[in-house]
Design a protein around this ligand. Sequence first.
Ligand code: ZN
Length: 274
Amino acid sequence: MPSPNTNSTNPPCPGCGAQHKQEAIDTALKTCPGCGYHYRMEPQDRIQYLTDPGSFTEFSANLSSLNPIDLAGYEEKLSEAEVKARMKDAVITGTCTIDGKPLILGLMSFNFMGGSMGSVVGEKVTRAMLKAAEEKLPLIIYTTSGGARMQEGIFSLLQMAKTSSAAAELDKAGLPFFIVLCDPTTGGVTASFAMLADVTLAEPGALIGFAGPRVIEGTIRQTLPEGFQRAEFQLEKGFVDLIVKRQDQRQLLSRLIDLHRAAPAADSDNMERT
Ligand SMILES: [Zn+2]
């Protein structure tokens, strides 16, 4: 946890071991000013550097989780998470502009019960996709998740099918869908909508996978290769299209939106004539 005192010195950077002041890390969008190590970032902070000032308008804000399998202690866990993450569940969705271009943006929080996907995350992601399809807007989702929310049992697993079907609607409507995989993106989120985008971006060093490395090693009884499941490894294996530093994300996403804009009618007329 970053210290509230911005002049304090942090623990050594996990990337290079150097110590930097919190203020310097914050100025570098929560990355190490020395080596560029990307610390985890919450949705509220991402809105600041990604979107045009004041353009983000949240929708589906009042959805909050019930206790569908009557699990003891789940309501208390939800209340604690709400205070910790300052969110009602693990994703926020809204409309905004980047360089004046309108889009739908979804941002997950690892602080809210490990970014786990229960009924509310599934519903909000689905609504964001359907709204993008209906309003003919591009969709960007920043993922970070430990997977399905086990406290909701089968209802969590159903969200995988639900979000995947909504992503298919977006595809049918011919609208671009961009994912930015952040540290960590695992489990049911990786196994559903996080891998269904037209362009899959990742933050440097992000852990991206389904099961964790220890579980896999225990199952196959083999030592896994160096850097297994990191963004760089997944880029090499073809699961990720591009790794993009936080400082470059706004510009790149703006460009991707331009590149994926449907051709104006006049252009298609020209193409038919030639
Ligand atoms: Zn560093």
